[in-house]
Design a protein around this ligand. Structure first.
Ligand SMILES: N[C@@H](CCC(=O)N[C@@H](CS)C(=O)NCC(=O)O)C(=O)O
Length: 230
């Protein structure tokens, strides 16, 4: 909580982990403040409060919370009704698949940041293999069926980015996974997901990928492909 009495989420404008918490706050109609920092130039006040120097950080009641999945659990408990399934076993299973969603966020990030075509192919394969166990878990429009749950908030940022890159490059990262494809499309069309990113997110995200270089000024693999499309 800050001077306004609202919870404050410390953010970087392209961060998928922050997006998870923004979606949760929007779904729960909680008023909050969003403070953006530059991760390339972290302010001292942020380094003082953030144990790992990472966003998101939630400032609430003079305390600091970190780790997006934990922040979301806290927001869920303190702003009922819960977005988790009621049954403890189902809830525990959802938490396990939320963890898988975090791994897939990292797999997609590594693929998008790959320096060479070979790195890209390796990470692309890991990402697509990572979807395999998920396909059979999806119960309906959303992960658990008709209701949007915390697990949907956790996974939506994966698809926000993946669908942008697919569309820009004509790729298909969900080939063979029709349930995940339908889930992804339902998530990116959801109001809370649409409003969880900055205006102009698509262009800013693609520009960020286009600027990725290595060994001085060699464009990274996707940067090169995006430049070809331009
Ligand atoms: N497991 C963390 C991951 C957070 C994370 O990696 N955030 C990135 C931005 S998307 C960050 O702050 N990176 C800054 C750094 O590593 O220096 C979570 O779920 O909150």
């Amino acid at each position: 909580m800050n001077a306004t009495g609202k919870p404050e989420l410390i953010s970087f404008d392209l961060c998928p982990f922050v997006q998870r918490s923004v979606i949760t706050l929007l779904e729960k109609n909680v008023e909050f403040d969003l403070t953006y920092i530059d991760l390339a130039n972290k302010p001292d006040w942020f380094l003082e409060i953030s144990p790992l120097g990472k966003v998101p950080v939630l400032r609430e009641k003079g305390e600091v919370l970190f780790e997006s999945a934990v922040i979301n659990e806290y927001l869920d408990e303190t702003n009922p009704p819960s977005l988790h399934p009621v049954d403890p076993l189902e809830k525990a299973k959802n938490r396990a698949w939320i963890e898988v969603g975090g791994n897939q966020l990292m797999n997609s990030f590594h693929m998008m940041m790959a320096e060479t075509a070979q790195d890209y192919a390796t990470h692309r394969e890991a990402l697509m293999a990572g979807f395999k166990p998920v396909e059979g878990q999806i119960e309906g429009t959303f992960f658990n069926g008709d209701s949007f749950c915390l697990i949907d908030a956790a996974w939506a940022p994966v698809f926000t980015r993946l669908l942008i890159v697919e569309q820009a490059l004509g790729e298909d990262y969900l080939s063979g996974y029709p349930k995940i494809r339908a889930w992804a499309e339902a998530l990116v069309a959801r109001d809370s997901v649409i409003h969880s990113v900055i205006d102009g997110f698509r262009d800013k995200f693609l520009t960020y990928l286009q600027k990725k270089t290595y060994n001085g000024d060699t464009p990274a693999y996707l940067a090169g492909r995006l430049a070809e499309q331009a």
